[in-house]
Design a protein around this ligand. Sequence first.
Ligand SMILES: *Cc1c(COP(=O)(O)O)cnc(C)c1O
Ligand SMILES: [Zn+2]
Length: 446
Amino acid sequence: MSYSAWFQCVNGCPGKYSLYDVIYECPHCGGLLEVKHDIEALKDRPPEAWKQLFNERARTTQWPYGSGVWGKKEWVVPDIDDENIVSTFEGHTNLFWAARLGEQIGLPDLWVKMSGNSHTGSFKDLGMTVLVSVVKQMRAMGKPIMAVAAASTGDTSAALAAYAAAAGIPSVVLLPRGKVSTAQLIQPIANGAIVLALDTDFDGCMAIIKELTKDQTLYLANSMNSLRIEGQKTVGIEIVQQFDWTVPDWIIIPVGNLGNISALGNGLIMMKELGLINKLPRLVAAQAANANPFYLSYQDHFRTKKIVQAKPTMASAIQIGNPVSYSKAVKALQAFNGIVEQASEAELAHASAMADRTGLYTCPHTGVALAVLFKLLKRGIVHSQDRVVVISTAHGLKFTDFKMRYHENQIKGVEAVYANPPIYLSPDVNTVRDTILRTLEQRGMT
Ligand SMILES: *Cc1c(COP(=O)(O)O)cnc(C)c1O
Ligand SMILES: [Zn+2]
């Protein structure tokens, strides 16, 4: 097999670097690196043959191809040894046809890609399987990597800790103290990572991790390391595969550090280059208004990168003011005729609660994406006959506090119209029966 992939500078500086080198930035300009594939070599298989191969492998137990990421190994890290792959058979998350929610908002063809139905409860698993596998291969090659390390808003650290534990590799995570949910904090603790809670925000943790990982024995696991992007790019391929290789009109995704939208774009572009699809969807980047640097840059036609001091948002995984993968995301937005829109705290809480009433169980980031969809639909930018996919990035179970506070009507500035607190009663049959009937009546359901 002659497929190959390497790192090169996003700004076009000369130089190709092995995926097994410890390198995160271009040595010439300091810009981000990206993984490039030998597309000509991949053209040895016609599009139909790739589709058939990917379909055959999907959800099997064949190591490592049953994974949604490694089922596309030739497009991800073609030359890694199968025995060094660290996988939980991530990917192949379901597409939820949000029929009732779609009906309520006048968008019958609405789908939610449930990326949070995953090993550690977020899409971060897709990237971490690739990064930790490459580290395992490097260690097998004798490279002196002592541990993997990441700054995190909660989900990266959970994924890193789990994959590192599965591989028997030490991991270190830096979290902004008090700014991740309890469920997210306990994940790396349980998986045995060295958990460091710092009195700063995510951007502060990121600055420290960048310094620490100048030491080559501590390997950087943030999405600034484009190995993560290679795994995460399979989400777009998977969506198209799930629609029997047809392309939706829109994909809406909540963004923070801007790695995932770049990944989504890369996967779709690779499919187009290799002839599996002949059109692209439009992409929408959804931001929390309290942490909206990308929205501000978009308003300014991407003339300059805006950096803000991110304010607290319930969408804590995207509380980021200085997004690392900015330049890649701008490219993606331009290639996909993309849009950036924002949602307030009240809007995200409302959208999330409304979706939950139709059977979803949304994390606040998915709430941001849905709130943005509602706006674009109202504005007539998204049309009622369009096929729309909202990427749900994490499992709602990680955000119990957010949901409790909503249903107890305790979120400042939010009128919790869907609040549904428990009714406390004495254990008396008649009281219970009366209460059920009265409540059904109140809700107009009798
Ligand atoms: C990481 C994360 C995001 C944002 O992804 P970026 O690559 O940082 O833009 C969105 N939602 C959830 C739940 C996340 O964990
Ligand atoms: Zn460069």
